[in-house]
Design a protein around this ligand. Structure first.
Ligand SMILES: NC(=O)c1ccc[n+]([C@@H]2O[C@H](COP(=O)([O-])OP(=O)(O)OC[C@H]3O[C@@H](n4cnc5c(N)ncnc54)[C@H](OP(=O)(O)O)[C@@H]3O)[C@@H](O)[C@H]2O)c1
Length: 274
C-alpha cells in the first residue's frame, strides 16, 4: 500500500478552490506535494492557487488549476486528464466538490434532487473512474471520498443532499473491497458541520428544525477537519470521522436509529414548520 506523505507526490482535489478541499490542498502543499485543484469558477481557483502556493515548502512544487464541472462526465474526465498531463499520475484523489440545498421535500424544486446526485455522487464517481486506470497501472494510490453525517442518517431538511451522500458512502464501501487487493486505498469522510462557504449558504435556507438539530454542535474549522482527514489517509483508515459525535454515529448509526429518531422528533415538534 502506498504511503501518502505528500512529499513530491501529486494530489488531485476536486472542490479544491474552497472550504475543506482548499484546506486539504494547503496542508498537502505544506507537506511538499504537487497539487491539482478542480472546480467551476476560474476566479475562485485563481485565488485558491495563490493561497496554496504560499503554503508550499518549495517553489519547485506545482499548483495546477483546472476548470471543470464534475457533474458533467466529459468535463470531469477532461479535468482529470489535464491534471495528469500536467503533473503526472496522481498518488491521491480527494473528491470534495459538493453542493447542499436544504429545504422541505415538497418545497425543493425537483431539479435540486438531480443536481445533488449529479454533483455529489456522479461527480465523485466520474473522477474516480478517470483516475483509476493510472492508479491501477501503478498498483498504488489512494481515493478519499467526502460524504457527510447526512450520509449516515436521514436528516430533516436534507432529502436532496442526504441520499446523494448515502450513495457516496455505498460507493466507497464497494470500492474499498474491490481495490484493496490491487493496492489502492479508499477512505470515506463524514465531516461534521464545518465553517465553509457551503455551510453559510446552507444556513440561509435551512428549515428551523434542521437548524435546531445541527445547532447542537459547534462548527469545526476547515483546517481542523482537513488535518484529521490527512491523518486518516496517512494511516490508511477507511472511515474518517472527525469528533466524538461523528465517531459514535459512524459506528452505531443503525443500532441507535430508534433513539436518534425519538430525539430528532422531539426537536422537530418544538420547531413546527412555518
Ligand atoms: N461544510 C460542511 O459543514 C460539510 C459537512 C459535511 C460534508 N461536507 C462536504 O464536504 C465537501 C466540501 O464542502 P465545503 O463545505 O468545503 O464546501 P465549499 O466551501 O462550498 O466548497 C465546495 C467546492 O466544490 C466546488 N464545486 C461545487 N460544485 C462543483 C461542480 N459541479 N464541479 C466542480 N466543482 C464543484 C466549489 O467550487 P465552484 O463552485 O467554483 O465549482 C468549491 O470549490 C462537500 O462534498 C460537502 O458536501 C461539508
Amino acid at each position: 500500500m502506498l504511503q501518502i506523505n505528500g512529499h513530491n507526490q501529486h494530489a488531485i482535489i476536486t472542490g479544491g478552490s474552497s472550504g475543506i478541499g482548499k484546506a486539504i490542498a494547503r496542508q498537502l502543499a505544506e507537506q511538499g506535494a504537487n497539487i491539482s485543484i478542480i472546480s467551476r469558477s476560474q476566479d475562485r481557483l485563481r485565488s485558491a492557487k495563490a493561497e496554496i502556493e504560499q503554503a508550499r515548502q518549495s517553489a519547485r512544487q506545482s499548483v495546477v488549476t483546472v476548470v471543470g464541472d464534475v457533474s458533467d462526465r466529459s468535463q470531469a474526465e477532461q479535468a482529470i486528464q489535464t491534471a495528469i498531463e500536467q503533473l503526472g499520475p496522481p498518488h491521491l484523489l480527494v473528491t470534495s466538490a459538493g453542493i447542499a440545498r436544504p429545504g422541505h421535500f415538497q418545497a425543493l424544486p425537483i431539479d435540486a434532487f438531480a443536481e445533488a446526485m449529479s454533483t455529489n455522487y456522479f461527480g465523485t464517481l466520474y473522477c474516480i473512474r478517470a483516475v483509476l486506470p493510472v492508479m491501477e497501472q501503478q498498483q498504488a494510490g489512494h481515493l478519499c471520498l467526502i460524504s457527510s453525517a447526512a450520509g449516515l442518517v436521514g436528516l430533516y431538511g436534507y432529502s436532496a443532499y442526504g441520499p446523494s451522500k448515502f450513495a457516496v458512502r455505498g460507493l466507497a464501501e464497494s470500492l474499498r473491497a474491490e481495490l484493496k487487493p490491487i493496492g489502492i486505498g479508499v477512505s470515506v469522510v463524514y465531516p461534521p458541520d464545518t465553517q465553509t462557504p457551503q455551510l453559510i449558504e446552507e444556513n440561509k435556507t435551512k428549515p428551523a428544525a434542521t437548524k435546531a438539530i445541527t445547532a447542537t454542535a459547534k462548527p469545526w474549522t476547515a483546517d481542523d477537519v482537513a488535518q484529521l482527514i490527512l491523518k486518516g489517509i496517512q494511516q490508511n483508515r477507511f472511515e474518517i470521522s472527525p469528533g466524538t459525535e461523528i465517531k459514535v454515529l459512524t459506528r452505531l448509526h443503525s443500532l441507535i436509529a430508534p433513539l436518534l429518531n425519538r430525539y430528532f422528533d422531539g426537536i422537530i415538534a418544538r420547531h413546527p414548520r412555518q
